[in-house]
Write a protein that binds this ligand. Structure first.
Ligand code: ZN
Ligand code: ZN
Length: 200
């Protein structure tokens, strides 16, 4: 534990005696520059300065390690701290104000991309914004790229598209893997549910 951490704790002790400090989940999002490699370097630099100069840690309840790309393709990482103002101070002191946005209490991380491990947001998108992996084919009726989890479950493999309300069937692609061991894309195929199969 760094000396700075102790100093901050001491300075906050009065507050801590009054009421327990609740750790806040925070997200650092890199502003889009068009240079994806540079965005990742900015995230790594800010992470290094943040960990060195303020009391932050990976959220033990919702651990999300490393830098990810959100659904809109922006690089971000998450951390937890009882002192959000200290994190904001590091952002200002080290001149990240133009490159980084800090937000509090972001939506909880969802499932990883099965190809690259990226976590885009609360639900896994149809196409990974990091590696382009196609998790699920578009809705065959409205052609929207609907995430798997967004389909409304009816019974068995039957679902309803949340966009066009059509009845569809979801099944894994076959074969599930291609020759080099990667998942076959799209991993899940959405098909129009044939009316003849409806059970009434
Ligand atoms: Zn991916
Ligand atoms: Zn649809």
């Amino acid at each position: 534990m760094s000396r700075q951490y102790n100093r901050i704790e001491d300075s906050e002790r009065v507050t801590m005696d009054r009421e327990p400090l609740m750790p806040v989940r925070m997200r650092a999002t890199v502003r889009t520059t068009g240079d994806r490699a540079a965005e990742l370097r900015t995230a790594a630099d800010f992470r290094r300065d943040l960990w060195a100069h303020s009391p932050v840690e990976v959220d033990p309840d919702h651990p999300l390690h490393g830098t990810h790309r959100s659904e809109d393709g922006r690089a971000y990482f998450e951390f937890v701290t009882a002192f959000p103002e200290q994190a904001r101070r590091v952002m200002d002191d080290f001149n990240y104000g133009n490159a980084i946005e800090l937000s509090e209490a972001p939506a909880l991380p969802g499932e990883e991309c099965l190809n690259c491990g990226n976590v885009a947001g609360p639900i896994r998108p149809a196409v990974c914004p990091n590696c382009g992996f196609q998790d699920v084919s578009p809705c065959p009726i409205c052609r929207q790229a609907v995430p798997r989890q967004a389909y409304i479950g009816l019974a068995g493999e039957r679902y309803r598209c949340p966009h066009c309300q059509s009845r569809v069937r979801l099944r894994f692609n076959s074969p599930m893997f291609v020759a080099n061991g990667d998942y076959n894309q799209p991993l899940v195929i959405v098909e129009e549910a044939a009316a003849v199969h409806e059970v009434r």
